[in-house]
Design a protein around this ligand. Sequence first.
Ligand code: 5CA
Length: 512
Amino acid sequence: MGMQDNKDEIKKLPSREENFIDWLNEVLLRTDVLDYRYNLKGCGVWKGYGFKLRTNILAILRNLLNNTEVPHEEYMFPLLVPEPQFMKEAQHVKGFEDEVYWVTHGGLTPLDIKLALRPTSETAIYPMFALWIRSHTDLPLKTYQVVNTFRWEGKNTRPMLRVREITTFKEAHTVHATPEETEQQIAEAVKLYSDHFNTLGISYVVNKRPKWDTFPGADYTIAFDAILPGNHKALQIGTVHNLGQNFSKTFDIKFENLKKETQFAYQTCYGISERGIAAPIAMHGDDKGLVLPPNIAPIQIIIIPIIFKEKEAIVQKEVDKIIKLLRKHFTVEIDNRNLKPAPKFYHWEQKGVPIRIEIGPKDLEKGHITIVRRDTGEKLTISTASPKELVNEIKSLFIQIFNEMALKVAEDTRSRILITEDLEEAYDWLENGRGIAEIPFCGENECAAEIEKRVDGLRFLGVPVRYFNFLKKPSKKLKHGEMNQFMPTKKEIFCLSCSKKVKEYWTIARSW
Ligand code: 5CA
């Protein structure tokens, strides 16, 4: 890295709270995560540091998928979908037809059959499922792939949040013999996504989407939303769909059941994109840049030797010893550039490295190393007398850092959810960018339209999952993870539009 870069990175970042999108763009660029200056809107370049972060996050997700009771298996399906195959699911296509890129030529020759670039892969995958599934013994079939997909999004593309080439689309597709098993699969998927997001230390709300916002071709959709900094709008970071028999009927996915009758199978699918990487970046970050949880950070420890004249050799010797030890347990880098310590500190803080270790002559004298936490800026020292102790202390420090980061995000998310029976209060909350709200609501489309028109961008995220029995009982204790678990205490509630007596609160938000 040259001096020029250093000058650029020392310029103050835009404020994360006041200017969130600029902050995000600038942080991604400066820290070598993603560069969106590519000459095509909605497309970007993952750079080395970002790619490592992406790999670490995907490893957590793959590990969860590969280790469910009946494991999911990783597959890889083609990117191109012939038009007739794509058009088969009329209902499905209706949902995506204005979002599809078409390949019309092979070289100079116009193609007889146009090819769609997958916007998601149902139409690529399900004809193959129809070939593979014959009997109940072939079920359940649980697959996933991690691929790029293409969506012709409107002009409002946003770095990572709304891209046209979704580079990191993890989509799972499962097939089952009975509706009950399918429902259990939905519960497993919701639990799996919760575990995944919890492992990233982020918080979210989970809602069953309204009928009118259900995935095309699904019986119902359950969605995860995170509340991002700035104007505290919701970002949909994952969705789980119960497809019932809608697709199996279209793509002729049939099997012979225990009674030797041929019947249509039941299906689910669920997906997560790079929004699931943007969320931890946005929620943990601060005005100095990235703040990465130790379990996903591409570099966990940065060592900065503090060099004084005539002490170089002895400091270097200690640094070599410490690196050799720590590299057995952590990802460690050393910054040996010919720069003063301050710009080095700044550089690695911006990149979100969880801890920095300073080793100088004074530390040597005292037989310790100095550690500075990225998340709090706190300084501490650890003795180097016992190598084993040193490693253990850093391990427990990482756990402590993770827990404190996750709790901070949880508390912030909780404070952004207003539960109210007063519509004006809810409007005010949303309009002033304070967060999302839960209001008593009847679930009717017309009533939703009434309420939505009052605030620009207001949307119904749906019914909080606490009302569904396939999930565990809501817990009263505040942990990171699902935030909309609190059962409202009010006995009688009425839809804030039609005044009908209702049983549920619904989540409303402005969203990305
Ligand atoms: N086939 C289903 C399940 S994989 C499907 O396509 N669902 S989806 O349309 O809801 O997409 C899955 C997830 O991808 C969404 O929840 C959202 O988090 C993410 N996503 C959708 N569009 C974009 C986009 N343009 N940029 C970034 N992420 C996106």
